[in-house]
Design a protein around this ligand. Structure first.
Ligand code: SF4
Length: 447
């Protein structure tokens, strides 16, 4: 008699399902907030980023609020929303392109025409000039970047206006302008070149910043970077300036500059609430990189203790973390790299491998489902997704798509020309600065 071994059940890539199991008591895992099991519309009227990793961060007073989502979307089941989204997309055809960030929930990503990081998705949007509408399932600064790179007649839509980014919001344009003025008091004329042909300071902003910050950088001879090209961009900046002002993410700036050999003591932090950012004039004179006091609350959750626990439980584990993690975590990991790097590193592993990954849980869980030959888990044992990515729910996606079917454009994101023009200059400098290899493309979703 032949014994048939049942195939292992496919892994469920849905973080939403896992959170609901935790809240229902059928999973022993832990979540950072049981409110995550509710629909995000429960938080549309409340100030704050909502439940998840950023819930302790301070939201700016003027941050956009989402209006009430119609009841029929709030009441619809997962299956009904799935069917409504598919039907609306089929009706719209090539008139719409749906972009899904790596950190989006599975129930949204499955409807995306392209899946990638913010810059890959902005490029994907630019590659579809025939689309009348670009629905960006990501956060606010990503929709702004897509608007910068897409055609003037294309509407970029953010399904939930409350999907900001707590890290991007930590670099407020007024605070950055004030910082620039204070630096001019220390360094003198910020546009004057010295005997070596260098200006005193070059501003560099991470892609994860508002269009206003990108515009500021463009106006002041600076440049944008991504987590994939931060080193190339810093080399570009050091070829033009004595030092760099890097915002908003202190960790990406510190980890990248440290890997380039810049001593940590030459990287003071700029706290916008303190005179001279909390440094002395001497410290600013000695500085090579001035780090804005910003961070990502998702990646700040990863710790050296979690890495030690992973190594103890899984000898030989390969630990890969995102460079938005604190320096001690990057130092303790085996590798650090962007979401695209992490995805490709796992795809390239030919032998069954145990991976402990330090990045957003939706991506980690999806990678685990895509690569059942490997053991892949999130370094953080507490299920705590990005609060702001979480604000995009299939209910909002169905609402904006059905709106388009009815001729209504909900939640259009438009960057004014006086900001967009210099912001594009900063982005173009980044494109010119990158190494000759072609930019990584967003991967086209076959589903
Ligand atoms: S993961 Fe961090 S940087 Fe990315 S959108 Fe969320 S808060 Fe912002």
């Amino acid at each position: 008699m032949t014994t048939i071994t049942p195939a292992p059940a496919p892994l469920d890539p849905s973080v939403d399902h896992e959170i609901r199991s935790i809240v229902a008591g059928s999973s022993v895992a832990e979540t950072c907030n049981t409110d995550l099991a509710a629909g995000p519309w429960a938080f549309d009227e409340r100030p704050g980023y909502g439940p998840g990793s950023s819930m302790g961060d301070v939201i700016p007073v003027g941050a956009p609020r989402q209006g009430e989502l119609p009841q029929s979307y709030r009441d619809a089941s997962e299956d009904e929303l799935d069917a409504r989204i598919r039907a609306a997309k089929a009706t719209l055809g090539d008139r719409v392109v749906v972009l899904g960030h790596f950190y989006q929930r599975e129930e949204v990503v499955r409807h995306a025409d392209y899946v990638g990081d913010s810059f890959q998705l902005a490029n994907a949007a630019a590659s579809r000039p025939e689309a009348e509408a670009i629905v960006f399932c990501g956060v606010h600064f990503m929709a702004e970047t897509a608007d910068l790179l897409s055609g003037a007649d294309q509407a970029v839509i953010l399904p939930n206006l409350a999907a900001g980014c707590s890290m991007a919001d930590m670099a407020d344009i007024d605070q950055v302008e004030e910082c620039w003025e204070q630096l001019a008091d220390v360094y003198g004329d910020l546009e004057a070149v010295d005997a070596d042909g260098l200006v005193p300071v070059v501003p560099v902003t991470y892609m994860n910043s508002s269009a206003a910050i990108k515009g500021f950088v463009g106006r002041h001879g600076g440049i944008v970077c991504t987590s994939s090209n931060a080193r190339t961009v810093l080399e570009w900046a050091f070829a033009r300036g004595r030092r760099v002002l890097f915002f908003p993410d202190q960790h990406l700036g510190r980890n990248t500059a440290k890997a380039m050999g810049v001593p940590v003591e030459e990287m003071p932090m700029w706290n916008p609430r303190r005179p001279l950012g909390g440094s002395t004039e001497e410290q600013l004179e000695e500085a090579r990189v001035i780090l804005w006091h910003g961070f990502c609350s998702v990646h700040r959750r990863f710790t050296v203790d979690q890495i030690a626990a992973a190594r103890a439980e899984h000898p030989g584990v390969r630990v890969i973390v995102h460079p938005e993690c604190p320096m001690a975590v990057v130092d303790a990991a085996d590798e650090a790299g962007s979401t695209d790097y992490i995805r490709k590193a796992i795809a390239a592993a030919t032998e069954p491998t145990v991976f402990a990954v330090g990045t957003e849980v939706n991506l980690v869980q999806r990678l685990a489902a895509e690569h059942p030959q490997h053991t892949i888990f999130c370094l953080d044992p507490v299920v705590c997704p990005c609060s702001t990515m979480y604000r995009i729910h299939p209910g909002y996606l169905a609402w904006v798509l059905e709106g388009l079917v009815d001729g209504q454009v909900h939640n259009r994101i438009t960057v004014p020309a006086d900001v967009a023009d210099p912001a594009r200059v900063a982005l173009e400098r980044m494109l010119a600065a990158k190494p000759p290899a072609a930019p990584a493309a967003a991967w086209e979703n076959a589903s």
